[in-house]
Design a protein around this ligand. Structure first.
Ligand code: BGC
Length: 747
């Protein structure tokens, strides 16, 4: 079929379909395919995971990752890619993902996942980019653009507020309007508006009591009405509780197949009048439109170069590694170092998470092999521990001996896959106790120890960070991660990853701690806006490593920052590489409004740029901050509002390493909140016309109420609803008169 032939428009095609055919088109054929409608020339297309590789299962299918899939490049999962802070790199990864999907005749790749990391315990944090919505939004946009440039649809997921795995198919995320908009929906909004994904996948959970799959406010009002989404909404696999309600709410495609059961429900609902047939027509037309987009771009002869993609996976992994700590400049290691590599994870790397995103890699580079390939000195290996966590004294003793006999010990620690996965959350942030014990013994034998971490969600490092000079956080680095780690350890690549999430001192410090994972089907997002660094900064809590942190083997110096306020803010700062190695700096722009009338975090990331500088090189870095990113969500008017005032613009190397500060005066949006008898005196006084009317009331009341005009009294009464003044005496004015004055002020 062709996409644009006028007589073959999606609506035209659907016009020729029977009710049963339309109901059929809007649910899956089987686990991964849509239903064909051969009579009308509609082929079936394949949707498949996603997000960091193509998980095309040859036969049957299961979303738990148990059945095998065809080999594909396993790029670094989102947890690592988020730390690259590099949109251009993510777009290239997206292009590679799209080209592999295309070569495998996959029409839609189920990703990226851009949910906010609300708690470090979420078992699926490895699939998500950040605790910050701007970072997740910009990087998600890049991935979608890359994937779709290859004629393959992306599926932005999981829409929305899917921030835990516990009870994920039922739990209601109970979130107030501001955090919902400013934290949990903001990244989705950005990607939808900037990258126009072909599909959005609704999440399993409920939001404020309503399943995402059958939430008209979410799927139609916000997504289409406010953001202009013109693609298809697909359910997460099995997320539909009530198909009729879901279609009515704006769900277009139920996946996987319900075996015809829910198709019949749709047919019955249309026949009984419970579902408007035109709503079904719209959903069916969107399916036809998607199939058209895919089919018109499909290429049976498409191929990709697995070696090139492996090289890109290595580059992306190396750009994502975060050097947390490097005392005494122990790293990079000289190539001829005499090194002990310790830890089973050096030989059997953990490079991706478990569940629906599990990719069957085209190959795997282990740190052990890759370090051996680069090093010219002696490399001794000792496993040190068993991945299943059982204690093994002999392994530990051999590891300690190896450490004692080497110049430097590089200790690979991390979470075995059993401890974190899609489907469940972690109970704590701890490394396995056997690994912690090994660390103590190795450091005692050789103080020059560098810890290399492999983990999908953050682990607590406060128990050992003070004991070792070096910590390299790899998170999960994909199939080429072993080479990337070798490159960073030996300085072939200068590390440039920055933390996309805070590493807390203790789990108990995290803002969601007392509200995670909820109970009895509800989880209360009680921390509100104060997620991640927003909360740690508001409470001035110590953290082990802050959001945005990451070291380099060189040093960057910042000049003064200048801000030009136009419609957007243009922030410029000169950054100089004053070290003797080339490297990349991630220049971060945080914004705040100290005079704000509403609750706000002390600083919020509003822009960033990754710049590569040769030794001695200076560059003027220009970062645009969109006016829309300065807005907060005002629930009084259900709209984004930019408050006027003097904004503080902080430019730095992390959220806690601010190098230069500037200010910018920003004109505010007019907010028209109609005054009522329930409006407070303070709110009335803030409206010039109403303030004048109010003073008229007081003056009319004569001397008796004159003290009420006293500023001190007014300040005390500022929070009293205006209608309530009548309870405090005779002002010579009735409720009707006050209402009339307010109406006049409302205009
Ligand atoms: C996951 C989705 C995934 C789908 C298909 C679901 O369980 O939540 O992320 O795309 O399965 O495997």
């Amino acid at each position: 079929m062709t996409e644009d032939a006028p007589n073959r428009s999606p609506a035209g095609i659907v016009g020729g379909a029977t009710l049963e055919e339309k109901a059929g088109l809007t649910s899956g054929l089987n686990f991964w395919f849509t239903k064909p409608l051969t009579r009308l020339g509609i082929p079936s297309i394949m949707l498949t995971d996603g997000p960091h590789g193509v998980r095309k299962q040859s036969e049957g299918g299961d979303h738990l990752g148990l059945a095998d899939s065809i080999p594909a490049t396993c790029f670094p999962p989102a947890v690592a890619l988020g730390c690259s802070f590099d949109a251009a790199l993510l777009e290239r990864v997206g292009v590679a993902l799209g080209s592999e999907a295309r070569a495998e005749q996959v029409g839609v790749l189920l990703g990226p996942g851009i949910n906010i990391k609300r708690s470090p315990l979420c078992g699926r944090n490895f699939e998500y980019l950040s605790e910050d919505p701007l970072l997740a939004g910009i990087l998600g946009t890049a991935l979608v653009r890359g994937i779709q440039s290859q004629g393959v649809g992306a599926s932005l997921k999981h829409f929305a507020a899917n921030n835990q795995e516990t009870d994920r198919m039922r739990v209601s995320a109970d979130v107030d309007p501001r955090p919902l908009r400013e934290i949990y929906l903001r990244a989705f909004q950005r990607v939808v508006e900037d990258a126009r994904p072909w599909t959005v996948m609704c999440s399993y959970n409920r939001i404020n009591g309503v399943y995402s799959s059958q939430n008209p406010w979410l799927l139609t009002g916000v997504l289409r009405g406010e953001w202009g989404f013109d693609g298809l909404v697909v359910s997460d696999w099995g997320a539909v509780a009530d198909r009729v309600a879901a279609v009515a709410a704006g769900l277009d495609l139920e996946m996987p197949s319900s075996g015809g059961r829910t198709d019949q429900e749709i047919v019955d609902a249309v026949r009984s009048g419970a579902l408007d047939e035109t709503v079904l027509d719209t959903a069916a037309a969107r399916v036809v439109d998607l199939v058209g987009r895919v089919a018109s771009r499909a290429d049976a002869d498409a191929t990709y170069n697995a070696d090139d993609h492996h090289a890109l996976a290595r580059e992306a992994a190396a750009a994502s590694v975060v050097l947390l700590q490097n005392e005494r400049a122990l790293l990079p290691l000289p190539l001829d170092v005499d090194v002990a590599l310790i830890g089973e994870l050096a030989r059997t790397p953990r490079y991706q998470g478990a569940g629906s995103s599990r990719i069957n890699p085209t190959r795997i580079d282990t740190p052990l092999d890759e370090i051996n390939a680069l090093a010219s000195g002696n490399v001794a290996f000792a496993a040190g521990y068993l991945l299943d966590g059982t204690a093994d004294d002999a392994l530990r003793t051999a590891a300690v001996d190896a450490a004692a006999g080497a110049e430097v010990a590089v200790l690979f620690l991390g979470l075995p896959s059993e401890l974190e996965s899609e489907g469940f959350d972690r109970p704590d942030l701890e490394l396995p106790s056997e690994q912690r014990r090994l660390l103590d013994d190795v450091v005692a034998a050789n103080p020059d120890t560098v810890v290399v971490l492999s983990n999908g969600g953050v682990v607590r490092v406060s128990g050992f960070a003070h004991k070792v000079p070096g910590i390299v956080e790899g998170f999960l680095l994909g199939q080429a991660g072993g080479g990337a780690l070798a490159d960073v350890l030996f300085g072939i690549v200068n590390p440039s990853g920055r933390l996309a999430e805070t590493i807390p001192v203790r789990l108990e410090d995290t803002q969601s701690f007392t509200n995670f994972p909820g109970e009895h089907g509800h989880v209360r997002y009680g921390e509100g806006l104060f997620v991640g660094y927003r909360g740690f900064d508001a409470r001035r809590q110590d953290v082990s490593f802050p959001f945005g942190h990451g070291l380099s083997y060189t040093t960057f110096e910042y000049g003064a920052a200048a801000v030009t306020a136009g419609d957007d803010l243009a922030v410029t700062v000169t950054v100089t590489n004053i070290g003797d190695r080339a490297g990349s700096e991630v220049v971060q722009v945080y914004v705040s409004l100290p005079s704000s009338a509403v609750s706000r975090a002390p600083r919020e990331l509003k822009g960033f740029a990754k710049v590569f500088l040769e030794p001695g090189e200076s560059r003027e870095v220009r970062i645009a901050v969109r006016r829309s990113d300065l807005a907060y969500w005002d629930p009084r008017v259900d709209a984004w509002v930019v408050e006027g005032g003097l904004y503080t613009v902080e430019v730095g190397a992390s959220s806690r390493d601010i190098r230069v500060t500037a200010t910018a005066e920003v004109a505010g949006d007019a907010v028209n909140v109609p005054l009522t008898l329930e409006s407070s005196i303070g709110e009335v006084l803030a409206n010039p016309a109403a303030a004048e009317a109010l003073s008229t009331i007081f003056v009319a009341s004569g001397d008796r109420q004159a003290p009420a005009l006293d500023p001190a009294v007014l300040a005390m009464a500022a929070s009293m609803p205006i209608g309530r003044i009548l309870s405090f005496g005779d002002f010579g004015i009735g409720e009707d008169e006050i209402q009339r004055l307010l109406d006049a002020a409302n205009g």
